[in-house]
Write a protein that binds this ligand. Sequence first.
Ligand SMILES: Cc1cc2nc3c(=O)[nH]c(=O)nc-3n(C[C@H](O)[C@H](O)[C@H](O)COP(=O)(O)OP(=O)(O)OC[C@H]3O[C@@H](n4cnc5c(N)ncnc54)[C@H](O)[C@@H]3O)c2cc1C
Length: 400
Amino acid sequence: MDLRFTAEEIAWRDEVRAFIDAELDPALRERMRVGFGPTKQETIDWQRKLNKKGWACPGWPEEFGGATWTPVQRLIFNEAIQSAPAPDLQGFNITMLGPVLAHFGTPEQKAYFLPRAANLDDWWCQGFSEPGAGSDLASLKTAAKREGDFYIVNGQKIWTSTAHMADWIFALVRTDPNARKKQEGISFLLIDMKTPGITVRPIISIDGSHHLNEVFFDDVKVPVHQRVYEENRGWDVAKYLLGNERSGIARLGKSRANLEFAVDTARQVRSGGAPLVEDRGFRHRVAQIEVDIKALELTQMRVIAAASKKSDGKPDPFSSLLKIKGTELLQATSELIMDTGGPMAMPIWASELHALGNEPIAPEWAGYMAAPYLMLRAASIYGGTNEIQRNILNKAVLRL
Ligand SMILES: Cc1cc2nc3c(=O)[nH]c(=O)nc-3n(C[C@H](O)[C@H](O)[C@H](O)COP(=O)(O)OP(=O)(O)OC[C@H]3O[C@@H](n4cnc5c(N)ncnc54)[C@H](O)[C@@H]3O)c2cc1C
């Protein structure tokens, strides 16, 4: 099997890279290279540049502004963004909600929400997980009781990324507590975050950042026309949403960018009297990671090739393999960066010295290394934990 890119695909990659070079703020790019995330406004500005170019919502149908790219073109686009590095497309708007509304939404929902989602005029967040419902999502309890033209929503969501900066939340709620099967009593609602009765409480994560939240609903009135698809059929919508986006799931572009950063840094750090980059142990680790990236790249191309021959619309169970290995590589490369910094990578060190007014004893990049390393521990949890992905593989592939 020939897994090389065609001449047209290479030309496409060059076009995407040229656009990024021309349009991405170099200062943001450098901050992202050393591990910072973009701010909300930077993400919005970038998304709007892509939207103007017609590249903001690749997986959407063409009539709603989607691009008619092949799966390989989408992969090339995602990897160019990740390895630049540039801000990712805002996932809740673009990869989750957009395709759902395009597929299940009413004409009014499509006309109002889709253009606003593409341009990030509304920032969406995802209200699925609850304290007792993560991997076992169908156990969710947040209740929505119908009263005339409204649902009255009561309950709690947790781990809601960016809820504190969101305008809207798409949430799974229980509309029939007596349904025969727990999947059958769930509906999918679009809720304005400004509605009275919503409280957002921060959860500060291990890297010290505020990305996660708890969201409480206390008699929140939601118009019935903000329900997507039929009442009690929200599980169909959720399955579509979760299975929809598979392109770029391995985030190999990001792992490659991490590896490059580690090697760059190792040129500046000395170990045993020589640059760390010349150390045999270090070179061995880099080589191992490079081989793993290459192997996953080939697997990814095979999954894409197989998907183009499938017509049942179901996600390929092998995409679980991409998620497992992809997140393991993200963690391995961020660990290599931390090890390259050694004791200098302690996050407090450089900043404490600055606070004392002394010259920093570590280069500036060293102070930024720990946060992404710590936060990437979560990569094997969100988006379906790696244990759950292994279960999917066992069931579908090994048939255990
Ligand atoms: C950084 C981050 C961002 C997130 N953002 C969002 C968000 O924006 N919106 C949202 O709705 N949710 C979000 N989540 C929640 C995420 O989807 C859940 O954390 C995830 O689904 C796991 O659920 P849980 O935390 O309840 O763990 P549990 O499901 O309780 O799992 C605990 C442990 O048990 C294991 N386990 C559970 N069931 C099985 C099984 N059947 N077989 C083998 N092992 C099993 C799990 O793998 C895990 O190791 C986020 C999570 C994180 C960490």
